[in-house]
Design a protein around this ligand. Structure first.
Ligand SMILES: C[S@@+](CC[C@H](N)C(=O)[O-])C[C@H]1O[C@@H](n2cnc3c(N)ncnc32)[C@H](O)[C@@H]1O
Ligand SMILES: *[C@@H]1O[C@H](CO)[C@@H](O)[C@H](O)[C@H]1NC(C)=O
Ligand SMILES: *[C@@H]1O[C@H](CO)[C@@H](O)[C@H](O)[C@H]1NC(C)=O
Ligand SMILES: [Zn+2]
Length: 682
C-alpha cells in the first residue's frame, strides 16, 4: 500500500489522535485579549482603595473585571474561583470537540465526503490564550486517500469558504450557545466570553433585577456586549422556553444557592443533543447523609453517613440527573465529577435514545453499608446482559448482596441510594483538559490545583465505586494506622488494584473483596497487636479480630504503590483556601448587615476550630444537627442556607452504633486500645 505524505499543521497542544479533531489550520492572529496570565493576578478585591464611588468594590478574576455596588448585594464567592477556572477549562475542551464535529458535518472540505472519518487532517482552529503556536506535523495517508491529497494541500477550500477560527472574545457562528442560568454578577459568563474560544453566545440570566443591572454594567465594562446577553427570568422558565431542538443550549451552567434540584427537570430538556450540563451543588450536608430523607426529596436517593460521602454525593447527583433525563428519553454521560471544598460539581453530556435509556436502571445501584464496620456492597437496580444478535437483554436484578447481619462484624446494614454506579468521569476527556491546563499553566490562577485534582482523578479506579479510608479501617479494629503505602502495597501484593480518590485524602479505593481487605487489616494488627481484654465482645473490632486471616498480607513497600501524582508532589488535596471560607449567604438588598452577622459567626466558629481543620462537609453536617434558635423565634433569614437545622429536632439514631465508626467525625478517631501513634498518610 503506497502512502501519500501530507504536511499538516497541527496545534501542538492538540493530540493528533484524530477522530474528534477535524478542522483546518489557521494563521495565528495576534489580536484579541491578552493572556490572562499576564494580567492582574487572581482574585484581589481591592476594597476601599479602588472604591471611587461609595462602597464600590472591583474584583478581578481571570480575564474579567467585575464591579459590585456594595458588599453582598449581589452574590460573589472568591473561593469558587477554582470552580470557574475549571469550568472555563472544561468548556474550552468541549468547544474543541463540538467544533471539530461540526466541521465534519458541514463537509467544509470539497472532496471531504470520500475521506475516511478517522483520518485527521484538519484540526479545529481554536485559539486558546497562552497556547503555543501551531507546528508542522507530517501525517501518513493511505492509498485510498491519495487521490484526494492535492485537495488537502491547500486547494481544499471551496471558493468563498474562508478558513474559520474560534478565538476568545469573538463570535463563532458555529460555536456554542451557552446559558448561565444563575449568573449573579455575570462574572462567570464574562469569563466565558473573554477566556473560552468557540462561543456563539452567552446568555447571563438571573432572576434578580439588581443582579441583572449589575450584569449589564459588567458586560459593558468588559467589552463583551456582542457575546454576553443579560436576561432577567426565572431560570426554569427560560429553559422551558428553549426545549425545541433548534433553540436548545449547547452548554448550561447551573450554580445555585444550595441545591440545583429545582432546575434539573428544565435543564435536561433545554440542553442540545450531546450538549453539556455543568451543575454545582453546595447543599453538602444533605448530600453527605445528614438527612437522608431530605436528600431523597431533592435527588430521589437516600444519602448515608459514610466515609465515602463525597463520592456518594457525586453519584447521587449523577443518578438524579440521569433519572430526570430518562423521563424525556434522554440519558447522561459524565465527563468529569469533582468534589471540592464545600461543594460538588458535575459535568455531563446529555444524549437522546430510547434504546439506550433502557440501560439506565442497570447503571444505578443501592448501597448496603454496615453500621458497625462500614463495609459496603452495591446492588444494581437492573441487569443488562448480552443476548443473541448483539442485542442487550434487560431483566430484574437479583439480591440482596448481603445477609441481614454483616459477615465481618455481625451488625446490621443501612440502605442508601440509588446512586450512579458507572464511571463518573470520561478519562479521555479529563486527559485533554489536564494536558491543556498543564501545558498552559499561566491561563488560570488555580491551574496548579486543577492539575493536581485532575491528575488524581485520572488515577482513580474507574470501575470501582466508593472507597474506604485508612483511618476508618484501622479505627474499626482499634489498631494503629498503617502507612498509606503499606496498605496499598499489601493490596497490590495480594493481586488487587488500588487507587486514591480525589474526593478524600485517605481514600482506599480497591477491587479487593471486603473479606480480603479485612484479612489484610487482621495481618496488620498482628504486627502491633490490640489488647483483646479492652474490647467489648460485641464490638466490630472484637468480632473481626476473632477470625484468623486466610490471606497472608505482605506489607513490603512496592514501587508501584506510590501514585504518580503523589510522587510528583502535585497539589492534590487543598487545605481550606482562606479564612471565612465556605458557601456564602444569599445576597440581599443592603446585604451588608446580614453578611456581616454571618462573617462574625464564621469567625467565631473558626477560632474555636481545632487543628487539623475539620472536613468542611462533615462540619456542615455536624452544624446541621443543632436546631437553629433564630428559626424557632421566627427571625432566621437564611432559609436553606442556614448552617443550623430548621427541622424539628429528631432523636439521633446512635444508640447501638459502635463509637469506633462514627462517620460524622472521621477526623477524630477515639483513641483505641493499643493505639500506637501510626505514621498515617502522606
Ligand atoms: C450562587 S449565585 C450564582 C453565582 C455565579 N454563578 C458565580 O459564579 O459567581 C446564585 C444566583 O441565583 C439567582 N437565582 C436564585 N433563584 C433563581 C431562579 N429561580 N432563576 C434565576 N436566578 C435565580 C440569585 O439571584 C443569585 O444571584
Ligand atoms: C502573578 O503570579 C505569578 C505566579 O503566582 C508571579 O510570578 C507573578 O509575578 C505575578 N504577577 C503579578 C503582576 O503580580
Ligand atoms: C513480600 O514481597 C517482597 C517483594 O516482592 C518479597 O521479596 C518478599 O519475599 C515477600 N514476603 C513474603 C512473606 O511473601
Ligand atoms: Zn460490619
Amino acid at each position: 500500500m503506497s502512502r501519500a505524505r501530507i504536511v499538516l499543521w497541527l496545534r501542538l497542544t492538540l493530540r493528533p489522535a484524530c477522530s474528534l479533531y477535524r478542522a483546518r489550520f489557521m494563521e495565528e492572529q495576534t489580536q484579541g485579549l491578552r493572556n490572562p496570565g499576564e494580567m492582574e493576578n487572581g482574585t484581589e478585591p481591592c476594597g476601599e482603595e479602588c472604591a471611587s464611588e461609595a462602597q464600590e468594590t472591583t474584583v478581578t478574576e481571570g480575564a474579567a473585571k467585575i464591579a459590585f455596588p456594595s458588599a453582598n448585594e449581589v452574590f460573589y464567592n472568591p473561593v469558587q474561583e477554582f470552580n470557574r477556572d475549571l469550568t472555563c477549562a472544561v468548556i474550552t475542551e468541549f468547544a474543541r470537540v463540538q467544533l471539530a464535529a461540526k466541521g465534519i458535518q458541514r463537509g467544509a472540505f470539497s472532496g471531504g465526503a470520500s475521506l475516511s472519518p478517522d483520518l485527521c487532517f484538519w484540526v479545529a482552529a481554536v485559539k486558546v490564550p497562552g497556547e503555543k503556536d501551531v507546528q508542522k506535523v507530517v501525517v501518513d495517508l493511505s492509498e485510498q486517500e491519495e487521490e484526494n491529497a492535492e485537495l488537502k494541500e491547500g486547494a481544499n477550500l471551496a471558493p468563498g469558504d474562508q478558513p474559520r477560527t474560534a478565538a476568545v472574545g469573538e463570535i463563532c457562528e458555529e460555536g456554542l450557545r451557552v446559558l448561565e442560568g444563575l449568573a449573579a454578577s455575570g462574572l462567570r459568563s464574562i469569563r466565558f466570553a473573554r477566556e473560552v474560544p468557540g462561543l456563539q453566545s452567552v446568555v447571563a440570566n438571573d432572576a434578580s433585577a439588581r443582579a441583572v443591572d449589575l450584569i449589564r454594567r459588567n458586560v459593558q465594562l468588559n467589552g463583551v456586549a456582542h457575546l454576553v446577553h443579560p436576561r432577567q427570568a426565572d431560570a426554569r422558565m427560560l429553559m422551558y422556553q428553549h426545549q425545541k431542538a433548534s433553540e436548545r443550549f449547547d452548554v448550561i451552567d447551573l450554580d445555585p444557592y444550595g441545591s440545583p434540584a429545582p432546575f434539573l427537570d428544565a435543564a435536561v430538556q433545554a440542553v442540545s443533543e450531546g450538549g453539556l450540563l455543568c451543575v454545582t451543588c453546595t447543599d453538602m450536608a444533605v448530600l453527605a447523609g445528614n438527612s437522608g430523607e431530605t436528600c431523597y426529596s431533592k435527588y430521589g436517593a437516600m444519602a448515608l453517613k459514610s466515609r465515602a460521602c463525597h463520592e456518594m454525593a457525586l453519584r447521587i447527583v449523577l443518578h438524579s440527573l440521569d433519572l430526570r433525563a430518562n423521563c424525556y428519553q434522554r440519558f447522561v454521560v459524565p465527563l468529569l465529577s469533582v468534589s471540592a471544598d464545600f461543594y460538588v460539581r458535575v459535568f455531563v453530556r446529555v444524549f437522546t435514545g430510547q434504546a439506550k435509556v433502557k440501560a439506565s436502571a442497570s447503571k444505578q445501584a443501592l448501597v448496603f453499608q454496615c453500621v458497625g464496620c462500614g463495609t459496603f456492597h452495591l446492588q444494581r437496580l437492573g441487569k443488562a446482559s448480552g443476548a443473541s444478535g448483539g442485542r442487550v437483554k434487560f431483566s430484574a436484578a437479583c439480591g440482596p448482596p448481603v445477609a441481614p447481619e454483616c459477615e465481618h462484624c455481625g451488625q446490621r446494614h443501612q440502605l442508601g441510594g440509588p446512586l450512579w454506579a458507572e464511571p463518573i468521569h470520561d478519562l479521555d476527556f479529563v486527559g485533554r483538559v489536564l494536558e491543556a491546563v498543564s501545558t498552559n499553566p499561566g491561563r488560570f490562577h488555580t491551574a496548579e490545583r486543577i492539575r493536581g485534582v485532575l491528575s488524581v482523578i485520572t488515577e482513580e479506579l474507574p470501575d470501582v465505586p466508593l472507597y474506604y479510608t485508612l483511618d476508618q479501617l484501622s479505627s474499626t479494629i482499634r489498631c494503629s494506622t498503617p502507612r498509606l503505602l503499606q496498605l496499598r502495597s499489601a493490596l497490590l501484593h495480594a493481586g488487587f488494584r488500588v487507587s486514591l480518590s480525589h474526593a478524600c485524602k485517605n481514600a482506599v479505593k480497591t477491587d479487593a473483596p471486603s473479606s480480603a481487605l479485612w484479612d489484610i487489616m487482621r495481618c496488620w494488627e498482628k504486627e502491633c497487636p490490640v489488647k483483646r481484654e479492652r474490647l467489648s465482645e460485641t464490638s466490630p473490632a472484637f468480632r473481626i479480630l476473632s477470625v484468623e486471616p486466610r490471606l497472608q498480607a505482605n506489607f513490603t513497600i512496592r514501587e508501584d504503590a506510590n501514585p504518580s501524582s503523589r510522587q510528583r508532589g502535585l497539589k492534590r488535596f487543598q487545605a481550606n483556601p482562606e479564612a471565612n471560607w465556605g458557601p456564602r449567604p444569599r445576597a440581599r438588598p443592603g446585604g451588608k448587615a446580614a453578611g456581616g452577622a454571618m462573617e462574625e459567626r464564621r469567625r467565631l466558629h473558626q477560632n474555636k476550630r481545632k487543628e487539623p481543620a475539620e472536613d468542611p462537609v462533615q462540619r456542615a453536617a455536624r452544624l446541621k444537627t443543632f436546631p437553629c434558635k433564630r428559626f424557632k423565634e421566627g427571625t432566621c433569614q437564611h432559609g436553606d442556607q442556614c448552617c443550623y437545622s430548621h427541622s424539628s429536632p429528631a432523636p439521633e439514631d446512635t444508640a447501638d452504633e459502635d463509637p469506633g465508626d462514627h462517620p460524622e467525625t472521621p477526623c477524630q478517631n477515639p483513641p483505641g486500645p493499643g493505639m500506637a501513634t501510626g505514621p498515617g498518610v502522606d
